[in-house]
Design a protein around this ligand. Structure first.
Ligand code: AMP
Length: 439
């Protein structure tokens, strides 16, 4: 199958050829003709499946053929959960629109940046706007943009939008859209809240479920290494030094840990950087660009970086701290093994987090082999006294935060299989001294 056979116009065929896309991925093959025909689409999109192009290519083609009314209007609105994903989506759109005879006006509106330049840019409207819900509402409240002429709405990573508590914002935004419009919803998982949103939003949608096949499923080797909590940084350093990874994304639980671990690795001569929500947008973009360019080898991040970010050829992800929910586990490990590349996802498990990891495994139907690395064998066999009361009352002396509750709901809602191909554990590894070559 070719992109031409899906009905894409010549300028778009040129763009995909320039990016060396040889053939459409399954979600592209199903979604592009449906979107071009004007149908609503409900897509279950595996991470790395090529879903951005699946909606961006036909939308660009439609925008190129239509006339935007003068004023503060936008024709296509793409809502995404994070600033990083917004930047990535708009970059893809611009890439695909490059060979159009008339340029499209494409903008991003995200929080964390001054609102004034975004308001100025929206003067005269835009053909396509990629936005996070909160900032879009701010812009609407400032009268900088009107949604009354939106002809296509995309909810990208709808599960994450709801997971991050954007339900009320989405309801407000949808109420401002014209009833006559095309709506597209993409999600990696389908908890009840996403199902409800889809039925409220979509009209007779084409449902596209891309089956997990070898072609569209990333090959992620999942490893679990037992290690005592105080030795994790040394183990991380050992792994980085003994593997020929070009880059590693390491997830930790707190902003403090991102900086602390990055600093320790830095002192050991490893190019490491921190990525968390309190950094300026410029610093966040720079950290990701440095990882992509190979200037930084290890990026230590909070869950902020877990979703939507596309780092081509990222060979490894490490869960230094375990994710809080099974859904977050899927999103984190999905940062590797993208675009047909194999990847490895390593989780550090200690006596105190063992039970939590078993729960994540159970929710995903996994049973992964536990490894110990010579020189880093755990000594702590007993979990320290629980911080969480047996009744599930959260951390002692602290009420459960809204985020904790959202994550609990998300963890309970996981019913879908993990959208990655699970590579069976390997035979026992050769015993090597710490610091020695393992491969
Ligand atoms: P996405 O799932 O949209 O995040 O895309 C994952 C990666 O696949 C991105 O780096 C895209 O540039 C790439 N990609 C998308 N479609 C294709 C295709 N048909 N052939 C090869 N690579 C693709």
């Amino acid at each position: 199958m070719s992109f031409a056979s899906l009905g894409l116009s010549e300028p778009l065929q040129r763009a995909v050829a320039a990016w060396h896309y040889e053939a459409p991925t399954p979600i592209q093959a199903a979604a592009i003709p449906a979107i071009l025909r004007g149908r609503d689409v409900w897509g279950s999109a595996q991470t790395g499946s090529g879903k951005t192009a699946a909606f961006a290519l036909p939308i660009v083609q439609k925008l190129a053929a239509s006339q935007r009314p003068p004023g503060r209007f936008v024709s296509a609105l793409i809502l995404v959960p994070t600033r990083e994903l917004a930047t990535q989506v708009v970059e893809s759109v611009r890439r695909y629109a490059r060979y159009l005879p008339q340029p499209l006006k494409t903008l991003v509106a995200v929080g964390g940046l001054s609102i004034n330049p975004q308001m100025m840019a929206l003067g005269g409207g835009a053909d396509l706007l990629v936005a996070t819900p909160g900032r879009l509402l701010d812009l609407i409240d400032h009268n900088a943009v009107s949604l009354s002429e939106v002809s296509v709405l995309v909810l990208d990573e709808a599960d994450r939008l709801l997971d991050l508590g954007f339900k009320a914002e989405l309801d407000r935004i949808v109420a401002m859209l014209p009833a006559r419009r095309q709506s597209l919803l993409f999600s990696a998982t389908f908890p009840a809240e996403v199902e409800a949103l889809a039925s409220a939003l979509l009209r007779d949608p084409v449902r596209i479920e891309t089956p997990a096949t070898a072609e569209n499923t990333p090959e992620i080797l999942q490893r679990v290494i037992e290690v005592d909590v105080p030795r994790r940084t040394q183990l991380l350093r050992h792994l980085v030094e003994t593997h020929a990874w070009s880059g590693v994304l390491v997830f930790v639980a707190t902003k403090y840990s991102t900086e602390h671990v990055a600093e320790k690795l830095g002192r050991a001569g490893i190019a490491a950087a921190a990525l968390h929500g309190e950094l300026s947008q410029g610093a966040r973009t720079q950290a990701l660009a440095d990882l992509k360019a190979g200037k930084v080898k290890v990026l230590i991040a909070t869950d902020l970086a877990a979703r939507g970010i596309d780092i081509p050829k990222l060979p490894a992800v490490v869960n230094y701290d375990l994710p809080r929910s099974a859904v977050d586990y899927t999103h984190r490990i999905g940062r590797t093994g993208r675009a047909g590349e194999a990847g490895v996802a390593i989780s550090f498990v200690s006596a105190s987090t063992h039970a939590h990891f078993c729960l994540i495994e159970k929710l995903h139907g996994l049973a992964l082999e536990r490894e110990q690395i010579p020189g880093f064998e755990p000594r702590e066999t007993e979990a320290p006294p629980p911080l969480v009361a047996p009744g599930g009352g959260g951390i002692k002396g602290r009420r459960k935060s809204k985020k904790d509750k959202i994550r609990e709901v998300a963890a309970r809602a996981v019913g879908e299989p993990l959208p990655v191909r699970v590579v069976p554990p390997r035979p026992p590894r050769p015993q090597a001294r710490p610091g020695g070559e393992r491969r």
